[in-house]
Design a protein around this ligand. Structure first.
Ligand SMILES: [Zn+2]
Ligand SMILES: [Zn+2]
Length: 365
């Protein structure tokens, strides 16, 4: 059976030469790689409203699992035909390398993105960040900074959920305060000596705490979730700069549709809010130590948004071992693992041993 054709591909031909335009991180415009022509893209902010969470969590009509369905992709640049996954948001032509956006991919999910943060960090800037980051650590092997990793660097719009909630907590518990009493004890030689011993005076406490949690970010890519801590480190975005979702801003970039659904992410955000409330109540309760803290948190006005955020991802091999680093596509903030140079580490250990020997020698004199 012949797969049906992908319709509605985003068409943004250059007015001067006809080639497909790309979104340029440096220019913040659509730009032509061939003749340098640019076209303005209006950044609007009219669809960025919050959605009530309770309503959406129950409303499930579409599967959240990736669709296997294939469609026929006809390249608008060179005419080549290939089959692609229907839920692939961006398609690079295997023949002419032209970049295409399939806006229907986002419709294979229950919830479409409301907004996105356009890439601000270009590929060259991302690589520059990596070089200075590796250079920062003199423990890193020096041949890394040369950077054979340009080809492995991918600019991807990653799906995220953001959650808002008003939290109100009531707590009860006991705050403990230390004091010291002199106690007569016998030492090893049987002599009576006076020692200061610690005691705790317990005080019952109760109170309440409230806070508004704004834009709690939860990443919605299953693939990336294995590197959760790294992603968190690289995903401090300024969400005030979010604009309305426009598929043309994806032109020339890669993108993902969400694979972690709203329910799962909402639950994680809620857990985070509850644990932050517990910490806030504990610090409000005070004391040198605490026991029997009981916090009861109620969440109201829970809302969410679905957004796409820009991230540079690089996977590379060093001495046969895979490493990964991430660069925030808005701020340039970097996270990941730096390979360490074996002989530089040996040098540090050797220097430390010398120092120990030196102090030992000083002590002997
Ligand atoms: Zn052109
Ligand atoms: Zn092509």
């Amino acid at each position: 059976m012949q797969p049906s054709e992908l319709s509605d591909l985003v068409r943004a031909p250059c007015k001067a030469c006809g080639a497909q335009l790309k979104f340029s991180a440096e220019k913040q415009k659509l730009s032509c790689d061939y003749c340098g022509n640019t076209e303005d893209i209006p950044f609007t902010k009219s669809n960025l409203h919050e959605n009530p969470l309770a309503f959406r969590v129950e409303d499930r009509q579409l599967p959240n699992a990736p669709t296997e369905e294939k469609r026929l992709f006809t390249c608008q640049n060179c005419g080549a035909k290939t089959t692609v996954n229907y839920d692939a948001p961006t398609i690079t032509c295997a023949f002419c390398n032209s970049k295409n956006v399939n806006p229907d991919a986002q419709k294979t999910r229950l919830i479409e993105p409301a907004g996105l943060l356009p890439f601000r960090i270009s590929k060259e800037q991302a690589l520059q960040r990596f070089k200075s980051w590796v250079g920062d650590s003199w423990l890193a092997p020096s041949d890394l900074a040369a950077g054979a990793m340009l080809d492995n660097l991918h600019g991807i719009y990653i799906p995220f959920w953001t959650f808002d909630a008003q939290a109100h907590s009531n707590y009860t518990g006991e705050a403990g305060f230390y004091y010291y009493v002199p106690v007569q004890v016998r030492d090893a030689n049987g002599k009576t000596v006076t020692q200061q011993q610690q005691r705790v005076r317990w005080e019952y406490r109760s109170g309440s705490h409230q806070a508004f949690y704004d834009d709690m970010l939860e990443m919605a890519s299953r693939k990336l979730s294995e590197q959760e801590s790294q992603v968190q480190e690289a995903s401090r975005y300024d969400l005030k700069e979010i604009v309305d979702y426009d598929p043309r801003i994806l032109l020339g970039w890669e993108a993902e549709v969400y694979s972690i659904d709203l329910q799962e992410s909402a639950r994680k955000a809620e857990e985070q809010i509850r644990s932050r409330e517990e910490n806030a109540c504990a610090s409000q309760m005070g004391g040198d130590t605490q026991r029997n803290l009981n916090v009861d948190t109620t969440l109201t006005n829970q809302t969410f948004k679905h957004i796409l955020l820009p991230l540079w991802i690089c996977m590379y091999l060093y001495n046969g071992k895979p490493y990964r680093f991430l660069v925030n596509g808005q701020t340039g903030q970097i996270a990941g693992e730096r390979p360490k140079s074996a002989w530089k580490i040996a040098l540090v250990v050797f220097a430390f041993l010398l120092l120990v020997l030196f102090f030992y020698w000083l002590g002997k004199r």
